[in-house]
Design a protein around this ligand. Structure first.
Ligand code: KG4
Ligand code: ZN
Length: 343
């Protein structure tokens, strides 16, 4: 229970780094009062992936409405807000700029402190929302459309990247394989769905190891192996079993992610492990991680699917700990498309 004397810190959070225009109100980092997400997925599906120009334009159209809705659902006005948290990188520069410009405008006009949030820090912090007991240190695997990072969260705001992808992100691999087997965009949820009808042991796809970076990942070889398999079938006029390919691919990705995470848990003697990002909503991956953690007696955390994919509540959670640490951004805050974690 919260001490009555303790002030509630109410943060308005804004996220627009890719194809979701999102705003949320989060109190004390873990209590989500509203979480509004306007997805552009249907629009980008027409083109088979995110079109940056269209994303920026759509963000401009939606952002005011999304913020108003977030405040209304939280039963608050800007007068109640203590700080504004906004994703300033990494992501698509034009998309990020919409959120950053909006946050700066509100901050300036209403004299509300501004906090720039790293998108991956947001994904990691999504775990705080439903797991009130979770505190650093813990290990976190961030698997999204743009990132595959194995991160040691030493403390709030203190991150050590143990490994990352050398080429494609895990979600990107899902999206590309989905396209190759005719499932379309976004690939992750579609592959997961058809995999239920497939045999994960039907095709033995490679589990890539990166020789000199123990915890680094590489998914482009796996993607090529799937493409080669499909070409081979076509040449030999063998009918492709979409569900078997999807299930076998999903298993190959899962094996690598689980393997790396468990090795890092052992080496760094972690007793808490969390997953985050769009791919973390994958049921097969969650189950495999859960079982592997249970074997080691490690506590496993994961956000609900809606908090795995891009949203602003996670940005509000991260912004709160930045707020407590005294981190403030000025009116010179800019979008940084390739922002590194910990900068
Ligand atoms: O975190 P996110 O919304 O955006 C980025 O920051 O990239 O992640 C989107 C990615 C996409 O590549 C999508 O295919 C993948 O997450 N994804 C999934 C699932 N749901 C979304 N991948 C596997 N299984 C899912 N159920
Ligand atoms: Zn994301």
């Amino acid at each position: 229970m919260m001490n009555n004397m303790e002030k509630e810190i109410k943060i308005l959070a804004i996220e627009s780094s890719c194809d979701e225009t999102a705003a949320a109100v989060v109190v004390n980092g873990r209590d989500v009062r509203s979480n509004v997400i306007s997805s552009q997925i249907d629009l980008h599906t027409l083109y088979g992936g995110v079109v940056p120009e269209i994303a920026s334009r759509k963000h401009i159209e939606k952002i005011n409405q999304v913020i108003e809705e977030a405040l209304k659902k939280a039963d608050m006005t800007l007068d109640d807000i203590d700080a504004i948290g906004v994703t300033y990188g990494p992501g698509l520069v034009g998309a990020l700029l919409v959120g950053v410009a909006e946050a700066k405008a509100i901050s300036f006009a209403r004299n509300i402190p501004l906090i720039g949030v790293h998108h991956i820090e947001g994904h990691i912090s999504a775990n705080y929302i439903e797991n009130k007991d979770l505190e650093p240190p813990f290990l976190c695997l961030v698997v999204s459309g743009g990132h595959t990072h194995l991160v040691r969260v030493a403390d709030y705001g203190k991150y050590e990247i143990l490994g990352k992808t050398r080429d494609d992100a895990a979600g990107e691999a899902f999206d590309k394989v989905a396209r190759a087997i005719g499932l379309g965009y976004p690939g992750g949820p579609k592959i997961e769905k058809v995999s239920h009808e497939g045999n994960p042991d039907a095709i033995d796809f490679p589990r890539a190891k990166v020789a000199d970076g123990v915890y680094d990942f590489s998914f482009s070889g796996l993607k090529s192996a799937v493409l080669n398999y499909l070409n081979g079938c076509r040449m030999k006029e063998i009918e492709i079993n979409q569900a078997d390919v999807a299930a076998s691919f999903q298993k190959a990705v899962t094996d690598v992610l689980v393997g790396h995470a468990m090795n890092a848990i052992d080496e760094y003697k972690m007793d808490k492990f969390a997953i985050a990002g769009g791919v973390a909503s994958n049921g097969t991956l969650r189950k495999a991680m859960e079982e592997a953690c249970a074997k080691k007696g490690v506590k496993f955390y994961h956000p609900s699917p809606i908090l795995c994919t891009d949203n602003a509540a996670m940005i509000g959670a991260a912004a709160y700990y930045d707020y407590l640490a005294g981190k403030r951004a000025g009116m010179d805050l800019n979008a940084v498309p390739n922002l590194r974690l910990g900068e």
